[in-house]
Design a protein around this ligand. Sequence first.
Ligand code: GLV
Length: 310
Amino acid sequence: MLRLFVARKLSVDPRRVVGPEVDVDLWDDELPPSRTELLARVARADGLLALLTEKVDRELLEAAPSLRVVANHAVGVDNVDVPACTARGIWVTNTPDAVTESTADLTWALILAVARRLGEGERLLRAGRYKAWTPTLLLGLELRGATLGIVGLGRIGEAVARRARGFGMHVFHTTSRGGIPLEELLARSDVVTLHCPLTAATRHLIDARRLAQMKRGAILINTARGPVVDEAALVVALESGHLGGAGLDVFENEPLVHPGLIGREDVVLLPHLGTATHATREQMATMALTDAARVLRGEPPQHPVNEVHP
Ligand code: GLV
């Protein structure tokens, strides 16, 4: 029987999605398996449902001689060595579209939270420090008329841009195929939001030099991948007062967060909640499981990241 290792408890029952031909080996836990456990499980697997916490590298592929599919429960596949999978004839699939609207919503939650200082307000109130309404308490950035710079106008970037119209913001964007140059976007934007995938070209795309190109007082939002930003340089830009704040859903060494961020009032920090809605997580799980089962049954996947020739 074909065996699929599912590396985490999901928001759907995997056995209901994959059907009786596939034997599901489920890591039924909220926390990831250890690396040793993961390597032991894939040794017996024909398919792997991986989360962004599972590094699918050459070592893992060598430990998994029967592997035919890596179905990634994410749109980003930076945790997977795709060329190495292709060379082994292993399909890699992801979950595009499912994640778009919920991630765009969370991006806006962060833009609003930082611009209007929600975290600071909540902490002040809960600490019993709200004494009276005052005209100068916790003033923030008015979004109407402000400029939003979208780095990477893919599916999620476009969904963020659509919402910007409702807030009356001016929108600029960069894409790999057009838009305005990054330097210009950084210099003109009151809020910069990142929506590019993590690749060799985008690792530390936002470094000390790029942060210095941002407007004084501007806000940086990251719901893409942590390593797109040089976190240590971001801390320096915030400490110097050059940046006005940051909203981060992802971190360079997740789940660790740079100690220079934790104590700051002008940042909003979330535990990678971009896609965390019931509907999106059910759709992501169903898409990944369906594609894993398709490959194991000998059919092509619906959401391939690579091209595999049998
Ligand atoms: C989540 O981070 C994803 O890539 O889908």
